[in-house]
Design a protein around this ligand. Structure first.
Ligand code: DHK
Length: 166
């Protein structure tokens, strides 16, 4: 039987940020390290969890990495609506996935697009993002720190929303 969470521990009802990572990002750490760095995806998620857990009140991170477009669309549909925001690195899907863009537009949740590399300083086909118009903003070129910047923004946004209600 599952143990009930004790005080301060994240539970099913703890608000969460949905973090989505697209194709080949499971290979971070060994994949073209001069472009994508040596940090693994597990390292990045651990840093996000530490920041989310330290927020007051704490947040949870729900993380989905998939190499399959449909699996990411499913995750957006299933976990997006109840989240306080979405941080997404669509990887190669950034440049052509209308399906991901439409899913993000459909759920209408605050979304931040993150890229490890500066896509604007790379090959021309990486300059265009079909996701950017449905995101609040885009962070590119700061490696794993980009995800933390995105989370920091979502935490501040959550806090502002709470303050404006009191
Ligand atoms: C990651 C990828 O896999 C590429 O397809 C994108 C992005 C850039 C990144 O920088 O995180 O073009």
């Amino acid at each position: 039987m599952e143990r009930a969470p004790t005080a301060g521990e994240p539970s099913e009802s703890t608000p969460y940020v949905l973090v989505l990572n697209g194709p080949n990002l499971n290979l971070l750490g060994t994949r073209e390290p001069t472009i994508y760095g040596r940090e693994t995806l597990a390292d990045i998620v651990a840093r996000l969890e530490a920041m989310a857990g330290g927020a007051k009140p704490p947040l949870q991170i729900r993380h989905v990495q998939s190499n399959h477009e449909g699996a990411l669309v499913d995750a957006i549909q299933e976990l997006g609506p109840a989240s306080i925001g979405i941080i997404i690195n669509p990887a190669a899907f950034t440049h052509y996935s209308i399906a991901l863009r439409d899913a993000l537009a459909a759920v209408g949740v605050a979304t931040i697009e993150v890229h490890l590399s500066n896509i604007h300083a790379r090959e021309e086909f990486r300059h265009h993002s079909v996701v950017a118009p449905v995101a609040i903003g885009q962070i590119a070129g700061f490696g794993g720190a980009g995800y933390l910047l995105a989370l920091r923004y979502l935490i501040e946004r959550r806090d502002r929303a709470v303050e404006s209600r009191v």
